[in-house]
Write a new protein. Structure first.
Length: 87
């Protein structure tokens, strides 16, 4: 995902964070900036976890990067929800 550059991170991260917040039902609590942060951090989390299981995340392409960000964002929102006691 590093090949996407700064604006790629913002666009892919924002989209993944927004869709992840829709899936987890937290969209009403989040704004655009938080969606971007959740998506980017989710991408880092998803990429880290995929590397741990041996998946090559560097050569995955745009759709793979988006799906990695989305899965990481959903996981991040789930963890935050459990830690804070929210749904």
């Amino acid at each position: 995902m590093l090949a996407l550059g700064f604006f790629g991170w913002i666009i892919i991260g924002g989209l993944a964070g927004w869709i992840g917040s829709k899936i987890m039902g937290t969209d009403a609590q989040q704004g655009v900036i938080l969606n971007i942060v959740v998506g980017v951090v989710g991408g880092l989390l998803g990429g880290f976890l995929l590397k741990l299981v041996g998946v090559d995340v560097q050569g995955g392409g745009l759709i793979f990067s988006f799906l990695t960000c989305l899965a990481g964002a959903v996981l991040l929102l789930f963890i935050v929800g459990k830690v804070t006691g929210r749904r």
